[in-house]
Design a binder for this molecule. Sequence first.
Ligand code: PLP
Length: 425
Amino acid sequence: MSNRKTADRLIEAIEASGRHYRDSLPMIASENILSPLVRRACDSDLHGRYAEGLPRRRYYQGCDDFDTIEEIGIESAKRVFNCRFANIQSTSGTNSNIGALKSLAKPGDKITAVSTADGGHISHARMGAVGLRGLDLVTYPWDEERMEPDIDAAADLIRNEEPSVALFGQSVFLFPTPLEELSQAAHEVGAKVMYDAAHVLGLVAGGKFQDPLREGADVMTGSSHKTFPGPQGGFVLSDSDDEKLHRRLNSGIFPGVCSSYHLHHVAGKTVALSEFEEFGSSYAHDTVENARSLGEALSSEGFDVLAEERGFTASHQVVTRHGGIDSGAGRDAAATLEEAGIITNMNMLPGDTKALSPSGLRLGTPELTRVGMGTDEMQDVARLFARVLLEGEEPSSVKNSVREFKSQFQTVQYCFEPGPAYPGL
Ligand SMILES: Cc1ncc(COP(=O)(O)O)c(C=O)c1O
């Protein structure tokens, strides 16, 4: 194939991916879509530019306008996340974690975190950022009923292990972490408390989950593209007034993990922050309400939804179990759902040991909410799940219903200029 044909084929595949999502129910809990104004910021000349350092203290010429953008963004982030310090440069949640861990601990230090089997993220594991920094990992005892660290046992563990960093937060994140109790234990032994809000950052900022920086977290990291509906990237935040810590956190990102740092995405984040100040609280509210409704509706349809006793969820996620431990039934369910145009991901649940054949599915409401679906539509979504997975209807026939249903939800909301959710197709 000629190079030109390859390029054409690639453009076609990119557009096909867009159409796939446009016509589907995208329910990956870590995903979201951009508002038209944020998209404009990301698709700007800034894409090709360089800046290193902090505003007004650069290693490159040409940064004056970008300095203004980053300064406005930092101030907006401090308001949105209600904190004294914000770094908006990180290119992802993982980078935020590596940078923050570089600032808070040195190789060989001990860290406590949630295990990946219990919903912790790979960057909290030896195979990820924690291992990359050479940290000695100890994981918290887990309360499977409550889907959170076992408070007393985890506090004891922190007191006994005396880590440098007590890290909290998960990828399967249904309920707020009991942070006040656990931060107290961490601070008693001189540990810094780091809260990874990658998934729940928009809910935290919208006042609808928990308030980690008031509950004991010294540092909060997060992604800028999950429940916080901006472009791909990250944040590092702190309410500490310790300027030495601020300097360490800044240098953890640059030069720690970034040289230039994707200026178009930083610009997109700044626009997303402005939109969040206006619409974030209602977006966070509606996202959580939708998740609760979805949990209830799926349970009424006959699905095994985790944490029924706690109301299924207090976040943007719902988790369902589809078979015995390590049965692979979660993987199979995700594949069948995609044939019907419903995009989800398989997930390990407590007890599962094999990441590629888990029993669970993790579902998220951020994108469905952002295109205007409400609690009534969550009943419709649960019905579609039931048709495919419980009633054995042909996925291809359900796919037609999905496409027709989704065609009514094509405008991105909670932003200054609502517009096409899947533009240019
Ligand atoms: C808890 C947690 N931390 C960090 C990350 C990584 O974020 P990113 O994909 O922005 O690197 C994730 C991703 O899903 C996550 O769930």
